[in-house]
Design a protein around this ligand. Structure first.
Ligand SMILES: Nc1ncnc2c1ncn2[C@@H]1O[C@H](COP(=O)(O)OP(=O)(O)OP(=O)(O)O)[C@@H](O)[C@H]1O
Length: 343
């Protein structure tokens, strides 16, 4: 139940080139902006898109096999349930494909529907089910085929916020009981953080970062990831306790570093002043407010200047400073708030 794949897909204006692995029981989330190639990667694994790479499952090369022979379970947004079949027959379809006799397949389907909490709905047709229930039938159908690899494409995207919360928790439970490898695609960082053991960030057809949630949120390596986890991120050359950004701007950091490095700090670490602040803060620069937007209980202020930065301030502070687009301010960040790590 180990996946080892090189996915290489070429299109007119797009090239996807990623290496993906997943261990037995591991849940890997592909996360990335629109058009990054996440769905294409999943479809290539499933055999629905031509792949010029190689896909190995448990040491066996499967990319020359037709999709139904790959022992891959899929829950795709558009991979709908059969509308004319009951929930039971939809789920029994999986074992039937493996030539399990009809009666036994239906027994297994019943068991799977009970595991996903749908014992009372076995006779219903898909149109009689809610979105969350249909999603669970689709999951039961995929798992009932006893796949080695499970692929989920935006498994929660079609659900409303409340159903999404419940279904996410249930899905997490089912995934942890699944002995095979799982690859899921999502836009939603929360889904990725809650469901996956490891995140693979894809941008423009390439993997830009991979790791567990803690590592990625602590040390983002691209602007997309930094925005995702809500950090200001810069890249430069470190000399001791200072990271010199591309234009020479010196950012004084908490710890010493040498060579190419990232420097990161949260918007909440940025203080704003109407005029140049006196005294201690080591990193201080002037800038112009380019946007002010609500962000939870705070206001997120974007500032252009020697370095572009996002700052979170309280509504009271915003009023006090008269923050509005075009306003000149001074930003400052204590060195102790600036983390640096190797690029
Ligand atoms: N059937 C297709 N034919 C041609 N190009 C396609 C096709 N499907 C997707 N693309 C293009 O391939 C690229 C990757 O698309 P893909 O759907 O894999 O991205 P994604 O990361 O899943 O994006 P999203 O999050 O928006 O679903 C995009 O540039 C897209 O426009």
């Amino acid at each position: 139940m180990t996946l080892d794949a090189h996915i290489f897909v070429e299109r007119d204006n797009f090239e996807l080139d990623v290496a993906l692995t997943a261990e037995p029981g591991e849940v890997v989330a592909l996360l990335g902006p629109n058009g990054a190639g996440k769905t294409t990667a999943l479809r290539a694994l499933a055999g629905l898109v031509e792949n010029n790479g190689e896909i190995w499952i448990d040491g066996v090369r499967v990319d020359r096999e037709p999709p139904e022979k790959r022992r891959i379970g899929v829950v795709f947004q558009d991979y709908l349930l059969f509308p004319h079949l009951s929930a039971l027959d939809n789920v029994a379809f999986g074992p039937r494909c493996r030539h399990v006799p009809r009666r036994q397949a239906r027994e297994q389907a019943k068991e799977w529907l009970s595991r996903v909490g749908l014992s009372d709905h076995v006779r219903k047709k898909p149109r009689q089910l809610s979105g969350g229930q249909a999603q669970r039938v689709a999951l039961a159908r995929a798992l009932a085929a006893e796949p080695k690899l499970l692929l989920l494409d935006e498994p929660l995207a079609a659900l409303d916020a409340r159903t999404r919360l419940d279904t996410r928790a249930q899905l997490r439970h089912h995934l942890s009981a699944f002995p095979g490898a799982t690859v899921l695609v999502t836009h939603d960082p929360l889904d990725a953080l809650m469901l996956a053991d490891r995140l693979v960030i894809v941008e423009e057809g390439r993997i830009v970062q991979t790791g567990d949630a803690a590592t990625i949120t602590a040390q983002p390596r691209t602007d997309y990831v930094a925005r995702l986890v809500g950090l200001n991120l810069y890249r430069g050359r470190a000399q001791g306790g200072t990271v010199f950004l591309a234009d020479g701007f010196p950012l004084v950091t908490a710890a010493a570093q040498e060579g190419e490095a990232f420097a990161a700090f949260p918007p909440s670490a940025v203080a704003l002043y109407a005029s140049r602040p006196d005294g201690s803060p080591r990193n201080t620069w002037p800038g112009t407010v380019t946007s002010v937007a609500r962000h939870g209980d705070a206001l997120r202020v974007e500032i252009a200047g020697a370095i572009a930065v996002a700052a979170d301030v309280t509504p009271a502070a915003a009023v006090h400073l008269g923050l509005e687009v075009g306003r000149e301010v001074w930003a400052s960040v204590k060195a102790t708030e600036v983390r640096s790590y190797r690029a």
